[in-house]
Design a protein around this ligand. Structure first.
Ligand SMILES: C[S@@+](CC[C@H](N)C(=O)[O-])C[C@H]1O[C@@H](n2cnc3c(N)ncnc32)[C@H](O)[C@@H]1O
Length: 250
């Protein structure tokens, strides 16, 4: 299945699933602290939940995503609740079609582990932010233990081949700093995932889903510990990962 077709299938699942909520989404608004007049850019917007959280507190929000079906879903989600200050632009994070210093706030939530080139994407963020503007970054953290980190990438990619790589806290921060951004705030939050809906959102066929289940039942002890894998009655019930929330100033 092509990557675009996969995302088209995923668009509805993102609109209604666990991406709608979470402590890390509240922190996006808290860390951005918009006063009402800001121009906001959301990168890898998916079904638009991050842009939706920021839109009432900003002058305008531009939602970007490379997948037209995601932008269509985001347009519907924001339209349903009457958001009028939003614009929708097809773009990859690595090549943002905006002028230098054109935004006060740039956000990206749970998308960077899909980027082909995180370093280039972060340089683009720094370019389109005005001096003093703020970058709000949210994504999954790799455990420090190399065995469980490798396991996490393996099962995430098996479940969804558009997954690229999950970095450690030190590595995500290094990408931001290398792009010339200064870390201003940081928080790590735990996020629990009901296993079967998480697996279903990946959109793979039944045989691949079965391989993911088997791999969870066979997880190394380090991953059971770091990802808090819960098994009951012979089936995987849930796992819990960690999300890094950063505010970084240009
Ligand atoms: C899990 S969804 C994002 C969720 C959304 N940000 C939210 O807060 O609900 C990941 C998104 O990243 C997008 N994506 C994948 N590769 C990308 C890239 N290179 N640049 C920007 N977005 C990308 C996908 O199309 C998808 O919509």
């Amino acid at each position: 299945m092509s990557s675009a077709t996969r995302w088209e299938k995923a668009a509805d699942a993102y609109a209604t699933g666990e991406h709608k909520s979470g402590r890390e989404l509240q922190l996006v608004v808290d860390f951005a602290a918009p006063m009402g007049g800001e121009r906001v850019l959301d990168i890898g917007t998916g079904a638009g939940h991050t842009a939706l959280a920021l839109a009432p507190h900003a002058s305008s929000v531009v939602l970007t995503d490379p997948v037209p079906a995601m932008l269509a879903t985001a347009r519907r989600v924001l339209g349903e609740v009457g958001v009028r200050n939003a614009e929708f632009v097809e773009a990859v994070a690595e090549r943002l079609p905006f002028q230098d210093a054109s935004f006060d706030i740039v956000a990206t939530r749970l998308a960077a582990h899909h980027f082909d080139d995180v370093a280039l994407a972060f340089r683009e963020v720094a370019r389109v932010l005005r001096p003093g503007g703020v970058f709000i970054f949210v994504d999954t953290l790799a455990p420090e233990d190399s065995e469980s980190a490798a396991y996490q990438d393996e099962v995430e990619r098996l479940r969804d081949p558009t997954h690229r790589h999950i970095y450690t806290q030190r590595e995500w921060i290094a990408f931001a700093e290398a792009a010339g951004l200064r870390i201003a705030k940081l928080e790590v939050v735990r996020k629990a995932h009901d296993f079967e809906p998480w697996l279903e959102r990946g959109g793979e066929d039944a045989a691949t889903q079965e391989r993911v289940r088997a791999r969870f039942l066979d997880a190394p002890a380090s991953a059971v510990r770091d990802l808090e894998i819960v098994v009951a009655d012979g089936g995987v019930k849930s796992f819990t990962d960690r999300k890094l929330v950063l505010a970084a100033r240009r």
